[in-house]
Design a protein around this ligand. Sequence first.
Ligand code: SF4
Length: 360
Amino acid sequence: MTDRVDLLSLPPAEAAAALVAFAKAQGVGAYRGRQTARHLWAAPAPSFDAMSDLPKAFRAALAEHFTLPRLELTTQQASTDGTRKFLFRLHDGQSIETVAIPDGDRMTFCISSQAGCALKCAFCATGVMGFARNLTASEIAGQVRELALLDPPIRATNIVYMGMGEPMMNWEAVSASLSILNSPTGFGIGARHITISTVGVLPGIQALAARPEQFRLAISIHAPTDDLRHTLMPVNIKYPLADVIAAAAAFDRRVTFEYVMLGGVNDQPAHARELAALARACRAFVNLIPLHPGGGMGFTPTPPEKIITFARTLRAAQVETAIRRSRGMDIAAACGQLRVERLARRRPAAADEHREIDVA
Ligand code: SF4
């Protein structure tokens, strides 16, 4: 039993091929292998035994040769706005967080790519926790699988890699998980509905750009000058703004800038003008993120009217801008400041710079 193959760690097409070969060897016909493969991601089953459309003896044979590792759901919280937060325990005791955000007919999952994070952004509680380890591809995609296994299931229409961790610091596993989420033999979620958010780790941006699918890229800018960005995001020393903007300009799809509004820190009129220049240089869309009303990590929120003025300055400079609605505020207390606020989908702004925006 020790050398059973973990089916969820294989690329979906490879797992399907292994199952078809196994089914043939068991004398039950290739279609039984294809049926089993559907239960990995597309129509997930919690165990082989639960695959009730398969013969019992075949289910037992599968369990002897393969495994379907689960993530243990330890806690869940529901916000009054429908946002739900889930805490999973991994096999080695590490914990990660996943958030499901309903919005009309969309259901966006914010998923984690690392347990903890090494990058120590000044405004982020995950950074304070430090880095524990990278997640595997099946642990990353497994968060989506686990929510699809709930009763009733929650199925993602959109994915954002904005949970714990910096996805580009775990590119190999993130890349493999992208294939699972996007593949027709996996979850079949369209690439345009999957966004990877990075603080600007250049090799990862280049690797994402090299993939043929239209995955989306979001970059956490948070400060429009190197001097200020150094103080908020130590990663800026290794990957300074000019290089990040150049990588964004070279990316062949529209990039989104994330910009958390920190009262008295990065919310002055000059910051808006500097940010506009950066956004124009790479045709980026800007998402302004209000800080949690209570503040946190030593920062205070920018008042809503000042955020609106900031947005108007950007729009006046021909930069498409939205102010993100905050979601799940009442369940955010225990998690990294941005890890809930970063999630809600952006609201495209009208061209009219004077149009007010939906501020939570
Ligand atoms: S904001 Fe992202 S990259 Fe920065 S410390 Fe938090 S999880 Fe890490």
